[in-house]
Design a protein around this ligand. Structure first.
Ligand SMILES: C[S@@+](CC[C@H](N)C(=O)[O-])C[C@H]1O[C@@H](n2cnc3c(N)ncnc32)[C@H](O)[C@@H]1O
Length: 178
């Protein structure tokens, strides 16, 4: 099963056009092999049985969620014991660079994208807070990665490549359900 996120604006309209219909999000790629579902992960995952999954990928979503303790508790519930959880998030040093203030700040921020026409709303946090929330939720840290750009990015966007060679934008961890 694949659970796709949904994030509506104040008027209840999906922010991402592709997310109006889960099937449109991955046209032709998953076919019958996956069950797609739009779901607000601020709400419980009560449509999933306990210990249903061997592994979960939660890519760049956690920092958008206010009720992270509930979400992490739900992710743990639906994972089998020993199951793996991959989580990526915004890198705290990159947020410090973007928004200034204290490295330890945990405020909600808006990152302008698309030339400032849109923004991405999320909560920045220190590495200590990010990891503590995961460990306190019953996961064990197996690996932490600060991804570097691949050579392919150099051909696409040399300036982004150079920037990401200097400092990471994201952080990724692999955890094991205790
Ligand atoms: C930065 S995008 C990451 C998208 C994709 N996972 C990736 O790695 O490219 C953040 C995603 O978080 C999702 N999201 C934010 N809040 C959510 C919520 N409460 N419930 C479900 N998904 C949410 C948004 O819909 C969006 O797809």
């Amino acid at each position: 099963m694949y659970v796709a996120g949904v994030h509506e604006d104040a008027g209840g309209r999906p922010r991402n056009r592709r997310q109006r219909d889960p099937a449109e999000a991955c046209p032709g790629r998953l076919g019958e092999r996956a069950n797609l579902r739009l779901h607000d992960v601020e709400q419980s995952l009560d449509f999933i049985d306990d210990v249903a999954f061997d592994g979960i990928v939660c890519a760049l979503v956690l920092h958008h969620v206010a009720n992270r303790a509930q979400l992490l508790s739900e992710l743990r519930r639906v994972l089998r014991p020993g199951g793996w959880l991959l989580i990526s998030t915004s890198h705290p040093t990159s947020d410090r660079h973007r928004f200034g203030g204290s490295y330890y700040a945990e405020d909600w921020v808006d990152l302008p994208v698309a030339g400032g026409e849109q923004s991405i709303h999320y909560q920045r946090m220190s590495l200590e807070t990010f990891l503590a929330e995961l460990l306190d939720s019953g996961f064990v840290l197996e690996r932490l990665v600060e991804p570097r750009p691949t050579a392919a990015l150099r051909d696409l966007d040399e300036s982004a490549y150079r920037k990401l060679q200097q400092s990471p934008s994201f952080l990724a961890v692999r955890l094991r359900r205790s």
